[in-house]
Design a protein around this ligand. Structure first.
Ligand code: SF4
Length: 103
């Protein structure tokens, strides 16, 4: 007799089954987004309403560019290795999700 497992099938908004991987990905992304929102609600802000001293992890900072987008082209970059948003040493060739192109 084959072993029976307790299985729960998740149904998506379109009525189709949702794989465990898709469910976990969506749940983790939602939790991360909510966490980032809650974190930014208690962070110090600049006079323009921009968060300051954001940890690299929450800014999704990386030490490499994202296509043509990089810190050296961002309006928040403060040469030689600073940022008005993200805390710590920043590479001019890095990138984070707060990127805004310099005008
Ligand atoms: S891309 Fe992010 S880390 Fe880099 S300067 Fe802009 S805001 Fe700062």
């Amino acid at each position: 007799m084959p072993e029976q497992r307790n299985r729960v099938t998740l149904i998506g908004p379109d009525g189709r089954a949702v794989s465990r991987r898709v469910f976990l990905k969506g749940t983790l992304l939602g939790a991360a987004t909510a966490g980032t929102g809650a974190l930014s609600a208690c962070m110090p802000m600049t006079e323009r309403g921009i968060p300051r001293n954001v940890p690299k992890l929450f800014a999704l900072y990386q030490d490499r560019p994202n296509g043509w987008e990089r810190c050296g082209r961002c309006r928040h970059f403060r040469a030689p290795h600073g940022c008005e948003i993200v805390e710590g040493r920043i590479s001019p060739r890095g990138w984070c999700h707060y990127f805004e192109a310099r005008a």
